[in-house]
Design a protein around this ligand. Structure first.
Ligand SMILES: Nc1ncnc2c1ncn2[C@@H]1O[C@H](COP(=O)(O)OP(=O)(O)OP(=O)(O)O)[C@@H](O)[C@H]1O
Ligand code: SF4
Ligand SMILES: [Mg+2]
Length: 314
């Protein structure tokens, strides 16, 4: 359903003295997701997760590499074709208030994709909108409300309703619960789990919270500085992770000192994606590094169906 091959996204920034600095936000990423499956994307702040989300949505051009969704090579689409193709795709952003237009009523926000992409009558649009509200557990009473009149959890439900109103084939959730109170997070997670069970939706779930990934995903891609370092089934990742970075993430996620589910406990600073370390980019922080690690970048190895980039495995 989704095939990504050697995806690269570099941001070029001009500094004060005219020197151009390059941030390698995505540096050769490849993976696939089968229809109806959910891929979890994890990694520390700045590793390229949101860049991946925007690139897959065609909102971050130009990119290098190939993105194929439901058999269509996204790069082959002209501007208008891409706009129409987007009705098959949707995204839920992390910031539930910032991603909603404060001047629009919630009913208009949710129905927007139906009005833009489809040649539907007013009644059909209203029916679809009410159904989407019902699916996310909001009564029709909320159609007339403005975003600021809703709680954080209700606003995120509005975001999700807008994302699912056209029953998209592919949805990306970028940190859908991280800005919410713990009590509301559980409601939204149960809602996402129900949607997953009751629809054919293929999805990507980006989260700092590994419990969220374990609850909602079939497979997991672990990102470090714009690259995938391990890519495997959710059971593999949680029961027998191979890469030292994945193991550090798992250890840190059980550290009660972590703040808001972030991976604060991993030792050492995250290197800059403008100047990534040589060889394996994780070597300055890796408890198991060897001489070769700072010199040669590890290639992909497949172990028990898991893909891992680390010199520990032959
Ligand atoms: N528009 C942009 N221009 C320049 N650099 C950018 C831009 N967007 C992101 N970056 C840089 O690209 C890298 C990846 O950013 P990205 O937002 O994808 O990370 P992330 O994994 O989503 O982080 P977080 O967990 O904090 O949301 C970072 O170094 C970031 O500073
Ligand atoms: S390649 Fe070396 S430095 Fe990198 S994760 Fe594996 S052991 Fe650690
Ligand atoms: Mg992000």
């Amino acid at each position: 359903m989704v095939k990504v091959d050697s995806l690269k996204k570099y941001y070029h920034k001009s500094s004060l003295f005219g020197k151009v600095r390059t941030v390698r936000a995505l540096d050769g990423v490849s993976f696939g997701i089968r229809r109806g499956e959910s891929l979890g994307v994890v990694g520390e702040s700045g590793c390229g997760k949101s860049t991946l989300a925007l690139s897959l949505m065609g909102l971050n051009n130009p990119v290098e590499g190939r993105i194929e969704i439901d058999g269509t090579d996204i790069a082959s689409l002209k501007k208008e074709e891409l706009r129409l193709f987007r009705k098959n795709m949707s995204i839920v952003l992390q910031d539930s208030l910032g991603s909603l237009n404060p001047k629009m009523r919630c009913g208009d926000i949710v129905s927007e994709p139906a009005r833009i992409f489809h040649d539907l009558t007013k009644t059909e649009i209203t029916d679809k909108t009410v159904t989407a509200f019902e699916q996310v557990g909001l009564s029709a009473e909320y159609l007339k409300r403005y975003p600021h009149e809703l709680s954080g959890g209700q606003r995120q439900r509005i975001n999700i309703a807008r994302a699912i109103i056209l029953k998209p084939k592919f949805t990306i959730f970028d940190e859908p619960v991280s800005s919410l109170d713990v009590s509301v997070q559980a409601q939204i997670l149960n809602l996402l789990s129900d949607l997953r069970e009751n629809s054919e939706m293929t999805s990507i779930m980006i989260s700092h919270n590994l419990s969220v990934i374990r609850f909602l995903c079939d497979s997991v891609a672990v990102f470090y500085l714009g690259k995938i370092v391990e890519y495997a089934s959710v059971n593999h990742i949680f029961e027998r992770a191979l890469h030292p970075y994945t193991q550090s993430l798992l250890d840190s996620s059980f550290d009660t000192s972590k703040i808001n589910g972030s991976f604060a406990a991993i030792e050492g600073d995250i290197p800059s994606p403008e100047n990534p370390p040589s060889g394996c980019a994780f070597h300055p922080r890796c408890p198991r590094k060897m001489n070769i690690c700072s010199e040669i970048a590890p290639c992909e190895k497949t172990i028990d169906g898991a893909k891992v980039f680390c010199h520990l495995y032959q």
